[in-house]
Design a protein around this ligand. Structure first.
Ligand code: TYD
Length: 200
């Protein structure tokens, strides 16, 4: 089973995935991974995408690098673990590219889908989109030491990312579950766990 987690900055995704992992691994074989990255080569590409020193990366390059990192991650981590019947929990996947590059960077959903054809052949069974007003999310990450190239984008950009996610959630409502990010992490964890158990 392939499960992905999506959302803007500061939605508590990392803690959430850790909680879900801890619960599920009591009874199932589970692995946790993330995008962009998740394997050595994909992590190297991640650095080019996110390191503020590469401020000149253009939107098309960004989208293509993300798709390349994703292909590598699929081949090295996601597909082999799914074949071993493990539950794969992934922090971000193709819906991030749709929301950030397709919608917020205005490259369009069709373009993003076309360069991610390989990933569309391996869509998640279940995706949780944690919805939160960027005003709250960005406040939460304000104190963080690491501020990557995308965190540095404007509020308007992050508002657009959220709009993009809401559109995608509607479009793929059979796969994507909208979660209210204002609830407590414990409430959200329980909500997600029961949905996963239902699907298993
Ligand atoms: P990360 O530090 O993992 O952020 P977060 O903790 O918010 O998940 O950085 C990932 C950044 O990359 C995040 O700003 C979203 C962005 N991103 C895209 O723009 N497109 C993508 O396809 C992916 C996977 C991530």
């Amino acid at each position: 089973m392939f499960i992905t987690f999506e959302g803007g900055e500061g939605t508590g995704k990392t803690t959430l995935i850790e909680n879900i992992y801890n619960h599920l691994s009591k009874t199932h074989e589970v692995i946790r991974t993330r995008e962009p990255g998740g394997s050595m080569i994909a992590e190297a590409i991640r650095d080019i995408i996110l390191n503020p020193k590469y401020e000149g990366v253009t939107p098309y390059t960004e989208a293509l690098l993300l798709a390349a990192a994703r292909a590598q991650h699929l081949d090295e981590i996601i597909i082999p673990n799914l074949k071993k019947n493990k539950i794969v929990l992934c922090d971000r996947y193709i819906d991030s590219s749709l929301a950030y590059q397709g919608y917020a960077r205005e490259l369009g959903f069709d373009f993003v889908l076309s360069i991610n054809k390989y990933a569309t052949m391996h869509l998640p069974d279940l995706t949780f989109y944690i919805d939160l007003d960027p005003k709250i999310g960005m406040k939460r990450i304000e104190g963080r030491e690491k501020y990557d190239r995308l965190d540095q984008e404007s509020r308007a950009f992050h508002d657009k990312v959220r709009k993009g996610y809401l559109e995608i959630t509607k479009e793929y409502s059979n796969r994507i579950v909208l979660i209210d990010g204002n609830k407590t992490i414990e409430e959200i964890t329980q909500n997600i766990l029961s949905k996963i158990r239902e699907t298993i």
